[in-house]
Design a binder for this molecule. Sequence first.
Ligand SMILES: C[S@@+](CC[C@H](N)C(=O)[O-])C[C@H]1O[C@@H](n2cnc3c(N)ncnc32)[C@H](O)[C@@H]1O
Length: 203
Amino acid sequence: MPLSESQIAALLTPYLAPVPPPKNMMPRLSTYLDLLLKWNARTNLTAIRDPEEIVRRHFGESLFAGQHLGTPLPETLLDLGSGAGFPGLPIAILHPDLPVTLAESQNKKATFLREVARTLELPNVEIWAARAESLPPTRKFHTVTLRAVDNMAAALTAAAPRATHQLLLLTSTIPTLPPEFTPNPPIPIPKTQTSILLQATRT
Ligand SMILES: C[S@@+](CC[C@H](N)C(=O)[O-])C[C@H]1O[C@@H](n2cnc3c(N)ncnc32)[C@H](O)[C@@H]1O
């Protein structure tokens, strides 16, 4: 049974500030969820299969990160190892004017990301269907996000030279950060025992 937009909104309440969401956010999240469930039935995009859990864990945590990008909003954002789009795609839905690049090296996941960006009509989303390390050296981003990457140390090595201002990590452990980045106190992510948001500023 698909979730209605109002069910999605209710599940997201703990993660969102009590302000009206941007126009089109709930319809876009609803379409994204439908696509994810459809694709996940035949190809393994995410191990979480329960729609409510997808909304809470993937959408909710990503949107929570999207509300901690700082003020003013970043000029550009790279989501390194985006998988099925987390946290980068919900952030792009929350901030449709923010140019977001999703780097994902697995072809089937990158194809899915393209399909979602096309269907949701998100013109500011770019899919980099290869390793982030292969982006041209001149490509830098105000903010680089990382969530659930398999090898955090390697991902941080790839992320650091790309981030002109900050790294934003969704993680359960505090990793050793590159020395040019200074962490702020971690922020607990709602409804989880262990996950934190760790923002680190280039100094
Ligand atoms: C465990 S998944 C997590 C995906 C997503 N961030 C999430 O939280 O659901 C990690 C993904 O990162 C991708 N990945 C790892 N290192 C990468 C790199 N250097 N460049 C691009 N993609 C990378 C992998 O292909 C994989 O799909």
